[in-house]
Design a binder for this molecule. Sequence first.
Ligand code: ZN
Length: 181
Amino acid sequence: MIKRDEYVRHQKEALEYIEKANVVISNEEKEQISVNDFGLNDLANQGAEILTFFNTDRISYKIIVLLPGQTLPEHWHPPMGDDPGKEEIMRVRSGEVYLYVSGEPTENIKAKVPKKSAEYYTVYHQITMRPGEQVILNPGVIHWFQSGPEGAVIDDYSTCARDILDGFTDPNVKRITEIEE
Ligand code: ZN
């Protein structure tokens, strides 16, 4: 649950990051930046500001803004019918991003695991991403990511996104953000 004024404040802050990263968006798109708390009531630590430019049956492009230290909680994109699940390419535009996937756990990871949900973070192989760097995430790969102290703007390209079907390790996650008026 996010209070309306908190929602608007995060929207404005995300817009500043988007503009600083030299992404040109329309006035209509400015209104469409969504603030996501994943139902965890922990927005400063777990959440993301997302602008979807398009999402067809085959292709999708979003910008994900992480305010300093914000984490997009651990999740995966499951198959549906003949679709093996979303294939996702993350490319950093600004800031530093610590991405975690399965594999050999990295010692002394750079991210701070969100205290409130620490037990639900299970993959710790770290990939540090800086502007101009990209990673391809195959369908079904479990992943989570956090921005460094400067926040981050990420271009997120993928096959069709069906956010509502995404699997989250934390059973408390609700993908649709509730706004309290
Ligand atoms: Zn993902």
